[in-house]
Design a binder for this molecule. Structure first.
Ligand code: CTP
Ligand code: CA
Length: 221
């Protein structure tokens, strides 16, 4: 029913959304990943589409249905997401990075399956690209929106990310509340703006969060 009321106010906009987790392969049969479901990013892509935007959705592996009417790009690793994002960045007006991108990857990928031996197994991980930070460095006219998943000091951590990554907005998400955030249907977020404005939102559906976020981001500057 909500679709009936989607205003067609983004017809002239190209929106790039990233969603879901990325994975970091360890050997041919194993990888590490995170708990991101992709629901928040998909809700944003669908909301933007219903408002008439031209949407590109770059997604890590999720169990969600591919939304109709969007340019969908499937990726697995940080590196693949980076490439897809850079390929689409310059032609986008609004870029929203809801994906939970892996910060580290195994230092070496083992070409053969790691065999069971010994009582302990450990890996060295190395830092992978911060895609959003890179976008903040190269951005021109794009409006850049990040997400911040925090388990403590929500606002101050999110504010640092907003500044360090040169963002226009950041959506701060407290992942410790168990009925919102990762995997759940609802979300309770606080949106921080570059101009210092802090918008604390009540708990609502991810689609409603998407609507509020796009209301804000779609304002003419
Ligand atoms: N992000 C990214 N590339 C990474 C890590 C994060 O593009 N390698 C983006 C996410 O998509 C998100 C934002 O940066 O929009 C914040 O992600 P988050 O994990 O909360 O912050 P980090 O900067 O990675 O810091 P930390 O994990 O230490 O809190
Ligand atoms: Ca991170």
């Amino acid at each position: 029913a909500s679709m009936l009321y989607s205003p067609k106010d983004m017809i002239d906009k190209k929106v790039l959304v990233t969603a879901g987790p990325t994975i970091a392969p360890i050997d041919p049969v194993r990888f590490i990943t995170n708990r991101s479901s992709g629901k928040m990013g998909y809700a944003i892509a669908e909301e933007a589409r219903d408002r008439g935007a031209q949407v590109t959705l770059i997604s890590g592996p999720t169990n969600l249905k591919i939304p109709y009417g969007v340019n969908f790009i499937s990726v697995k690793t940080n590196e693949e997401m980076l490439k897809a994002v850079l390929d689409n960045f310059s032609q986008s007006n609004i870029v929203i990075k809801a994906a939970a991108v892996a910060d580290y990857k195994p230092e070496v990928y083992q070409n053969q399956k790691i065999k069971k031996k010994g009582e302990k197994l450990s890996f060295d991980f190395i830092k992978d690209t911060d895609i959003l930070r890179k976008l903040g460095e190269i951005k021109e006219e794009q409006i850049l929106v990040g997400f911040a998943a925090e388990s403590q000091d929500l606002i101050s951590n999110a504010k640092s990310k907003l500044e360090n990554k040169n963002l226009d907005y950041i959506v701060a998400n407290d992942i410790t509340s168990n009925d919102t955030g990762f995997r759940s249907e609802d979300n309770r977020v606080t949106i921080l703006c570059r101009n210092g404005q802090v918008l604390e939102m009540e708990k609502m559906s991810k689609r409603s969060v998407a609507r509020k976020l796009l209301n804000l981001v779609n304002k003419k500057r």
